[in-house]
Design a protein around this ligand. Structure first.
Ligand SMILES: Nc1ncnc2c1ncn2[C@@H]1O[C@H](COP(=O)(O)OP(=O)(O)O)[C@@H](O)[C@H]1O
Length: 301
């Protein structure tokens, strides 16, 4: 609650995004910089990636800043931000923080924001910058208390104002912009299933787009649940056709400009997904100058 008050004060007192940032994220400056040495993944120009896992890990060759990575994923609903952010989080041993998950946790908690959020999310609209920053701040604060540092953000920033606030308090290393053909996005959102018990994410959609007009075809296998989850699958209430189409429209209006924000700062990595996980994961690793010698994740795709 203390963080929420600080956030509200900052939002009303500050006139510019950066001024708002300084107040709103004041504790984040303490939380994120300098990085704690207790973390599990660090960039080291001499030795590359230093991770607790002893062998078979990626060797990170870029961003030798001597601290944990701070990356963010951009991309339309259904593109696979969660899938690839979670894989990179496992590989690099840094937290994957999805603001959509924070919103859903808040919804499930029946806290004071719950009914307000339910209406917004179920219509496919964006939650206010103040609320989302408050949820993210609390998550980072909790992580800091556990010794976490560095992060892979998924679903944040989604507005230029969020990007400005984030940029005002920390130096994001890289923003990965995942791209997929629009006809696949809708099908992937509609095919999304979640295990109500373990929270695992699966997809029943089988994407088969035929080649046409010089454009190659694309095939993406479904991502079936393991037998123990098969009878417990649920669909997100905001994954209906009408709401997904609205989310796609809102992405174009509100989040597309965030791409330009990072492009102009030389931080945007554009990545066209070539297909499903087996084709895309190795190519993404390559684009990031990462290696995964112990790629059990693809086998479990
Ligand atoms: N950064 C954000 N700003 C505003 N609203 C957000 C943000 N992140 C998540 N949300 C809310 O949570 C919902 C679900 O987010 P997410 O799981 O990231 O969806 P998607 O699969 O569409 O990328 C969004 O439609 C929006 O209402």
């Amino acid at each position: 609650m203390a963080v929420f008050s600080r956030c509200s004060r900052a939002a009303t007192a500050a006139k510019t995004p950066n001024a708002a940032a300084a107040a709103t994220f004041s504790y984040l400056i303490r939380a994120l910089s300098p990085f704690s040495s207790s973390s599990s993944t660090t960039f080291d120009p001499e030795n590359g990636l230093n991770c607790n896992k002893p062998a078979g890990l990626g060797i990170l060759k870029r961003e030798p800043k001597g601290r944990n990575v701070q990356w963010a994923f951009l991309g339309c609903p259904g593109v696979g931000k969660g899938t690839y952010a979670s894989r990179l989080s496992n590989l690099l041993c840094i937290p994957h923080i999805a603001t959509g998950d924070l919103v859903r946790d808040e919804l499930a908690s029946s806290g004071p924001l719950s009914s307000q959020l339910k209406e917004i999310v179920n219509q496919g609209k964006l939650v206010s910058d103040e609320i989302i920053i408050d949820l993210l701040s609390k998550r980072l604060e909790k992580g800091e208390a556990k010794g976490e540092s560095g992060f892979i953000l998924d679903g944040f920033p989604r507005t230029v104002r969020q990007a400005e606030i984030l940029e005002g308090v920390t130096d994001i290393d890289l923003v990965i912009n995942l791209k997929l053909w629009e006809e696949a996005l809708l099908a992937k959102c509609l095919g999304r299933r979640i295990c109500s018990e373990c929270g695992g994410n699966y997809n029943v959609a089988s994407i088969d787009i035929k080649a046409e007009n010089g454009r190659p075809g694309m095939y993406m296998d479904p991502l079936p649940p393991p037998p123990e989850c098969a009878s417990k699958l649920i669909t997100r209430p905001d994954d209906t056709e009408e709401v997904v189409k609205n989310r796609l429209r809102i992405y174009q209006a509100m989040t597309r400009p965030v791409e330009d924000f990072y492009r102009s700062r030389g931080k945007l990595l554009e990545f066209d997904l070539p297909g499903g996980i087996p084709e895309s994961w190795p190519k993404l690793l390559c684009a990031l100058n990462l290696e995964d010698h112990d790629d059990k994740q693809s086998a479990a795709a």
